[in-house]
Write a protein that binds this ligand. Sequence first.
Ligand code: BGC
Length: 456
Amino acid sequence: MRKIPRLNLHSDINKKYFGKDFHWGISTSALQTEGAFDQDGKGLSTWDVFVEKRGKILNNHSHKTAADFYNLYKTDIEIIASLNIPNFRFSISWSRIFPNGIGKVNQKGVDFYNRIIDLCIEKNIEPWITLYHWDLPNELEKKGGWANREIVNWFEEYVAFCCQKFKDRIKYWMVLNEPMVFTGSGYYLGVHAPGKKGLKHFLPAVHHAVLCQANGQKIIKSIQATASVGSTFSCSYISAFSNSKKNLAAVKRSDALVNRLFIEPALGLGYPIADLPFLKQIENYMKPGDEELMKADFDFIGIQNYTREVVKHKFYVPYIKAKPIPANKRKVFHTSMNWEVYPEGIYEMIKQFDKYDGIKKIIITENGAAFPDSIENEKVNDSQRVHFISNYLEQVLKAKKEGLKIDGYFVWSLTDNFEWAEGYHPRFGLVHIDFETQKRTIKESGVWYKTFLSNQ
Ligand code: BGC
């Protein structure tokens, strides 16, 4: 097994090397933490419906209580303050604001986000908002959800409303969270809500997400010219299982799908059809003038990186003709998600994104790891997570020293939470949650991050 080199607090990874203006933060999302799925007038989201289908979520877990952030937000924001974390990225639940997706507003939902924002500001924490982190109002899914082009209008109404309401206190907005994952897992593989499968759902969903990503940016800027607007992209460095011609070609196709599909149309480069020919079918969903509507002028790009993929050519895998080899099969060091720990990958991805013209700033809006944490004597000794974060940070620093446009780093995540189809099993938090009692215990990694952030 590949070992992560042990680092301690006196290793040469030090906040000061990143510069004074580097953004340090912590990330969460609404569905994974809030619970209270039907409290105070919230409408149903696609996930509220999806988790009811047996066999979809590991152990049939449900996010309906999660970390109860809806009721315990004060405790959690106080923890953020106590850890000296200056930036907090969270998402808004669309169906808490618009129970039916559009139309009637749920004032209690708006009040909730006002309370969060106000408390952050009171505690000197900068709130960063993600507008869409995968929880679509179910009423909109009934009309086709992301596969219906009408979503561009629905999303515009929601984004404009949030921006009007919160613009007096919010400087940083992210339009979408990882569109590749919510379209791929939700509309192609069917393993995430709404559980749809096949290209006929996936391709329109991709195109409409690209349109919403760009339109969201434009709407926010038109309402709040001073805002800093970004969107977030999942990315994984892709290596070939061997250097055979076929495997190298499989890497190229996988990279086009995993890392390029959403950023390139935003930058005016169109879809990466040349390297992934089946994407040509997306043109069936395009209308004249769409190329222009796909472009977005982001102030920053959020990249979210956890692992790398090692792929092999596989003829029988439809469209992509490539297959990732799982980390346990390769016998490499991996997390509870069976994701290889590969710190060099974050550097490679920063480098890859930095090469594009038109990207002004890159922020790591998520990076972190799930390990099997347990409480002993009121403590969680998660030194593997400390090593993981410090090793990845060394690679971020390498990028920074080379002059790449890297401008911030957010850990995923504040608390243990509902990890989508994996339920509560993978624990990503710097803070342990006992999901029976909702007791919070700051892990060793939380204390480490605090110490790291306290360096001048
Ligand atoms: C998502 C998070 C998720 C994390 C770990 C990202 O894909 O934005 O919601 O919990 O990765 O899987």
